[in-house]
Design a protein. Sequence first.
Length: 448
Amino acid sequence: MEDEPPSRKAEEGSSSKRSQRQEERQGKLPRRRKEVKRSLRRPDCPEHLSGGSVHWLPEHPGSEASASVEDTAESCLKRWDRCRRGHFLHGPYPATHFGPKACVLPNPTSVMHIQDPASQRLTWSKPPLNVLVIRKIRDETLLEPFRELCRFLVEEKHLMVYVEKKVVDDGSLMRDDSFSAIRNQLCTFREGFDDISDCIDLIICLGGDGTLLYASSLFQGSVPPVMAFHLGSLGFLTPFKFESFRTEVDKVFEGNAAIILRSRLKVKVVKGTFQKNEQLLSAQENGILPHNHINNEAGKITLQLQVLNEVVVDRGPSSYLSNVDLYLDGRLITSVQGDGVIVSTPTGSTAYAAAAGASMIHPNVPAIMVTPICPHSLSFRPIVVPAGVELMITLSPDARNTAWVSFDGRKRQEIQHGDSSSLVIISKSLPLLCCDPSSSRLSLSVSD
């Protein structure tokens, strides 16, 4: 007997299935229980991604099979919680309140979207009353702009103006009789002695980028909005021209002014972090710092600052090469042998880091730049790490001499064996008022 062709077998199989379904509809055969192929595992569970077993759920939610599957799903979720990351690589969400009265203008509640950093605007909960004016010292060309600005703020805007005592005590201002009435109405303060961080609503800088860095150092917590006029040698961070200062100041006081948030680094210097030098040798061999590597009794925080540009670790006056270890979230990633290393924010990537060969990072990019200074290596290049990590710099056990650390070019300190410097991005950004919030401002500043 010859075998039937496959086509005839397929036709007979399909016809038998159709007749079986018809009999089920007519009630001649019992209806089969449908089984649904389900997986209670989370889509991103590692076991699901690795192709684990799939369970079948019957229609009855109270059956034994259903209970066993629920137990399996619960155990899977517990395993997922154990393997979940304990930290985020993204930087902290920037604060939206600056000083006592300024904040970011919120979007309408009906608009649901991710806000473009270039569209951020400044608003005031109350009219600003106290203004801090920072002037570049030892520059006689800024005396006349300083007089005009203070006279405008006091006589026309009726504001309380704060200035540094060393600025008011300038000989040229003391001899100016026409400015004496305004000088008597100014509020003075001394850096390091008087705390004015809770009463300033707006900061106006007259100078260059260094003047803005100095203004940032005065506010280690929340920073009021900063309006910087370009009257110095470098004007990458000072977008306003002083010729139109009256119009620009009026626009800021009216609100809805464009701002860009400049992230800052929180730096902590700890003396005697490591109990013994053997811990550093062990960390170099294993590549991981132990959880109890910090000696809480011996370790002493000697300095804690927030910097806008960069932290520089170099060899100082020593003739030897500096040799430091760089840890990222407790893991040794590299050892830097050379003149030093620069850890900078996106704002600082256009300063010392750019001169050392690093790439420029847009200020809206949440990142930290690590740049070696004249490394004794042909393959060492700048490193960009996420803004959410914690960097720690220690003196290598093989270092012949100590190293020195500075913060935005200020407060230089010596680092010895057993000391450490930790750096993280914080949410207390610097709100810098700008004329053009778009990315074209970066290209124009670079070309200038």
